[in-house]
Design a protein around this ligand. Structure first.
Ligand code: GLY
Length: 431
């Protein structure tokens, strides 16, 4: 089969790499892709990834058997609907179902209807309502922008004024501005990706990501600075429990509403003292967790995603996983997550693939300059990924590879999966 993958990031590079391991996949085309994807698959231009007609036209032109939409923005914009109407199977939810990520207030409403365990929340449209909700819950305060915010919409703080200020900034943006103020959930966090075909739910392996920019979970929030999988510290049967108590009831509720959920339901969890609770839903693979989940998946990915897209997940074989541990570390450009500097020369990647360690580099914010040299082109530039028989060896390999990356001014965290390697559990902060 031929698969068209929409997106530009390391997540899409990981998806393309996994698809190419599937013997039923003859070709993968990415749009727009990135210079790393371009080394393994054909990349086609796509000036506006939210242009559903352009995606459907490209899929028709290349005779795609399956379209996989990576990021949330095209999903919320309805690209999956347009492609599906053109008759091509799509792995990704409709615009209506993508509201599970597009609106935190909508997600809370669905969770309440489906009796899914999550934090209590107040949906607020005025500063007065926010102030009342902050006082009702007390610190730590959790204030979430209702809409998509590229990982920057959530503030967790003990400082009531900072919480109010974030709410004010969200509410004064105009339109139907809404914020969700939540009760704080304690406990470590985990991400579980559930493949859904509208009816059936198949969980992938658990992962944990690191959202703050600095070591020790200091500094501002980012899209994610690293991740690892599996989670040896997670309670036995956690994934099955989350399917039973969270993903399946949510998928059933979406089907009952006439907006079946097809794609990845990303369940962001807090493992609280009173059991797992949902911190957030996303409607796509997470980044950088995908980089450590798909590298361990031994079941062919293309057949699995096609089964989800065509309502046939129920017949899928049990998933097979590598017993190895995977760690990814994100190399970010100077200035990230504020204003990232771009155009810096990027060297050292060939040494990583040549050194025989098995570490690999997934591209995100990279580009070729006019001379054809690789340069930085975004905040999160690369995800370096390594496997090992245990976390210690995966960490050793990934950091040896990261140390070979030569990008002026770049930064990365040195403590990805460190607590887990020491047998400790990383605290969460509900981001
Ligand atoms: N790793 C967080 C996200 O993908 O939203």
């Amino acid at each position: 089969m031929k698969v068209l993958v929409i997106g530009t990031g390391a997540r899409e590079h990981a998806i393309v790499t996994a698809l190419l391991r599937d013997p039923s996949v003859d070709a993968v085309v990415a749009a727009p892709g990135n210079p790393g994807i371009d080394q393994v698959a054909l990349c086609r231009p796509l000036p506006d990834p939210t242009d559903g007609a352009a995606v459907a036209d490209l899929a028709q032109e290349i005779q795609a058997d399956l379209v996989v939409i990576g990021p949330e923005v095209p999903l919320v914009a309805g690209v999956a609907d347009v492609v599906r109407e053109s008759g091509i199977p799509v792995f990704g939810p409709s615009a209506a179902a993508a509201q599970l990520e597009g609106s935190k207030a909508f997600a809370k409403q669905v969770m309440a209807a489906a009796e899914v365990p999550t934090a209590m929340a107040h949906v607020c449209t005025t500063e007065e309502q926010v102030a009342e909700a902050l006082d009702a819950f007390g610190p730590p305060h959790v204030v979430k922008d209702d809409g998509l915010a590229a990982g920057k919409g959530v503030v967790v703080t003990d400082d009531r004024e900072a919480a109010l200020e974030h709410a004010r900034a969200c509410l004064t943006r105009g339109g139907d501005a809404t914020v969700v103020v939540e009760d704080y959930l304690d406990g470590p966090e985990a991400s579980l990706f559930c493949l859904c075909d509208g009816t059936t739910v198949v969980p992938l392996a658990l992962a944990q990501d690191f959202k703050r920019v600095g070591e020790g979970d200091e500094g501002p929030n980012t899209g994610g600075m690293g991740a690892y999988s599996p989670l040896d510290w997670a309670p036995e049967g956690l994934a099955e429990d989350v399917v039973a108590r969270v993903a399946q009831p949510t998928v059933d509720e979406m089907a009952a509403r006439g907006t079946p959920f097809v794609g990845v339901l990303y369940v962001g969890l807090a493992l609280t003292s009173r059991g797992p609770k949902v911190v957030e839903f996303n409607v796509r693979f997470g980044d950088p967790e995908t980089q450590v989940v798909l590298v361990r998946l031994e079941t062919p990915l293309g057949a699995l995603l096609l089964a989800a897209a065509t309502g046939e997940l129920a017949g899928s074989p049990e998933l097979r996983w590598s017993p190895q541990h995977a760690v990814t570390v994100v190399v970010a450009s100077s200035g990230y997550p504020g204003t990232p500097r771009t155009g810096d020369p990027l060297f050292g990647l060939e040494q990583i693939s040549a050194d025989g360690s098995g570490a690999s580099v997934l591209h995100a914010g990279t580009a070729l300059d006019e001379q054809g040299a690789l340069v930085s082109a975004g905040g999160r530039v690369l995800s370096v990924v390594a496997l090992g028989d245990d976390l210690a060896s995966a960490r050793r390999t990934v950091y040896e590879a990261v140390d070979r990356v030569d990008l002026p001014g770049s930064h990365h965290r040195r403590d990805i999966a460190l607590a887990a390697e020491r047998g400790q559990v990383q605290a969460g902060d509900q981001q």
